[in-house]
Design a protein around this ligand. Structure first.
Ligand code: ADQ
Length: 464
């Protein structure tokens, strides 16, 4: 029987020290697969240390293997190339993208270190699944060590248009390394199209039937495979006692007012400043309806070692303070701004208490919050999802109130429309989105990707 090997920057498998019930959908789906197939999840421990030894642990039937990285590794590979070069560039933020040779060198070095440490643990029948932008060259490193297994790669973030990608020095080297995999997956057709465009125009690649993309002598399958949420457990959580208590607490804290909720990592790609501006425009345009609504914005800090992330936090602190100062009354504040994480069942209750879910990223590979919000709603009285047309999720959820997050007026109009929407229309929009979230959930995603990797005839095996 073949085992599944998952490799990602951070390992989210349960550990004895562990996260247990706090796992998100991706971790739930992958740990279930690892448990069934006796696999291993490899990655960075999140800690710094000088030796690159893998530490194995098996907990609740799932084996994880983590390694420390040196301070220099973290600075160049993680804070540097991954989060100051690739993340902004792939989210169309050339203005925030930093190009440093040290970052690229560190990125390649750490991928080599991972590959050399992991390679010897891969057995001939294992199926290898590498995740996300931190690890693009890893497949290539493994092939160089003679790993000839089926290997797939999934990109969780957008793939940028060719005209942006070519701003990256050595862009071709990075894309070429993807051809070491057998299958490369993207969240949406749009990102897949951008990838194909790059391959054809910059590499002279050829597209053929069955999702095949050939460059030189190497052929891979490139597919769109949108990730979903752990829908059944989220629906169950939304109907459970913790969610019910949370919902009650939310409703009691603002009787007679509609809550809008935003839940995002504090990241410039999530469009939080633009969201606050859009809401402010609504408050300006509708003085008579101001006090009937408030925004709960939950945004736990992330990547605080990176300056642009500290800047966004300062900016949002200032904006929420200014908007609350300008509009609040003795018994109402327009924005409740909270910088902490919540357990998933509490989050489900918060979503369910909301009349509007505001999901307005400037660019997002998929966006799972949009799907969680839909999963958590009361079927008889669902809230309205306001969704950025630039989130990958918009392709599967055209029934949302789609908006342009760059336009404060558009966001204000969307809020107005959502608040006025009849119950009939809310149900009519919500139902097809709910069916989609349920049908194309995270297990569907995992099966689809792994079936493509393991069962479908591959166009050509990639020996390097
Ligand atoms: P992220 O950029 O992290 O993921 P997203 O898809 O929205 O974005 O997932 C965030 C997850 O964190 C959600 O499950 C959400 O519930 C959770 N979360 C956020 N704030 C929280 C809080 N305060 N408390 C508890 N949980 C919180 C990247 C890509 C996305 C892609 C995913 C999965 O950027 O585009 O959808 O990977 O592929």
């Amino acid at each position: 029987m073949s085992r599944l090997i998952v490799i990602s920057n951070r390992v989210q498998a349960p550990t004895a020290a562990g996260v247990g019930g706090a796992q998100g959908g991706l971790a739930v789906a992958l740990t279930a697969a690892l448990r069934e197939e006796h696999g291993i999840w490899f990655g960075w421990s999140g800690e710094t240390g000088e030796d690159h030894e893998l530490r194995f642990e098996t907990f609740e039937g799932v084996t994880s293997a983590v390694m420390d990285l040196s301070e220099q590794d973290v600075e160049e590979y993680y804070d540097g190339f991954a989060n100051r070069t690739l993340w902004p560039l792939f989210h169309y933020r050339l203005d925030l993208t930093e190009f440093e040779r040290d970052f690229q060198g560190g990125y390649e070095r750490v991928n080599r270190v991972f590959g050399q440490a992991i390679g010897p643990h891969i057995e001939p029948d294992d199926v290898v699944w590498v995740h996300d932008y931190h690890m693009i060259p890893l497949g290539w490193v493994l092939r160089q060590q003679g790993v000839n297994n089926r290997m797939g790669f999934f990109l969780h973030i957008p793939w940028p248009p060719t005209r942006l990608l070519v701003a990256l020095p050595q862009h071709r080297r990075l894309v070429e390394s993807l051809f070491a995999y057998d299958v490369v997956g993207f969240q949406t057709e749009e990102w897949l199209e951008s990838f194909r465009h790059y391959v054809v125009t910059e590499m002279g690649g050829v597209l053929s039937d069955g999702d095949c993309v050939t460059v030189g002598g190497r052929t891979i399958r490139a597919i769109a495979c949108p990730i979903g949420v752990d829908a059944e457990s989220f629906i169950a959580a939304a109907n459970g006692p913790v969610a019910k208590a949370t919902q009650l607490r939310m409703l009691e804290s603002a009787v007679g007012r509609s809550m809008m909720v935003g839940v995002d990592r504090l990241d410039y790609s999530k469009g939080l400043a633009e969201r606050f501006s859009g809401y402010e425009r609504f408050l300006q345009n509708h003085p008579d309806r101001r006090a009937l609504v408030y925004l709960l914005q939950i945004a736990p800090p992330s990547r605080t070692a990176v300056q642009s992330y500290r800047d966004i936090r300062d900016n949002l602190d200032a904006m929420s303070g200014r908007i609350n100062g300008a509009y609040a009354d003795i018994d109402w504040v327009p924005i409740r701004y909270v910088n902490q994480g919540y357990p998933r069942d509490v989050l489900a209750g918060i979503y369910r208490a909301a009349r509007i879910g505001l999901v307005t990223p400037l660019r997002d590979g998929m966006n799972l919050v949009a799907k969680e919000f839909v999963a958590a709603q009361d079927p008889h009285d669902p809230g309205v999802l306001i969704l950025s047309r630039f989130a990958g999720a918009a392709a599967q959820m055209p029934q949302a109130v789609l908006c342009n997050p760059y336009s404060a007026e558009d966001v204000a109009d969307a809020i107005d429309k959502a608040l006025r929407m009849s119950r009939e229309e809310r149900i009519a929009r919500w139902k097809p989105m709910f069916d989609n979230v349920r049908n194309e959930d995270v297990l569907w995603w995992r099966r689809r990707f792994l079936d493509t990797l393991t069962e479908a005839p591959l166009c050509e095996r990639n020996a390097i």
